[in-house]
Design a protein. Sequence first.
Length: 176
Amino acid sequence: MNIKDELLKISANVVIDEKKANYKIIIEDPVKIFDAASSLKNLGFDHVVSVTGVDYPDKVEVIWHVSSYSVEDLKGINLALTLPVKKPERVNQNEAQGNFASKKPPVTVPSLVKIWPSAIFNEREAFEMFGIIFEGHPDLRYLLLPEEFYETWPMRKDFTYNRVNLLKYLRCLLNE
């Protein structure tokens, strides 16, 4: 199997570093991400290693790193399925409330848990850290952060915090 040709059938936008066996498929249209993931699953990419986000000034890039346990030719390949999503603008900057705040609202993308069940916890973590809402996720709730962080996304560049309340929160954690 020529992995490069197979990936180019999925998307014309493929970035390849063959020396390191790194491949990146960029899907511009969120509607097509599910079909791209299904095609990758059919090629033998049978699990998600991680899901993360990259925060840019105008977009959040959602990245599913996938791999294979079952197909020998795919075991050493690092494949990133990437979906850039434009950040929606918040109408009123005063909407950011609480001790911690992100100035931008969350972005929404399709969940890939139906294709790769191993993405379930990784998508939850990306949701709470980056504000990426995975539509169709069976259990999209916070995984690690306490409720004080609700609707705030600490890995976003626009994240701010009230220092006094952060110190109170850290003291609470240390006393528990």
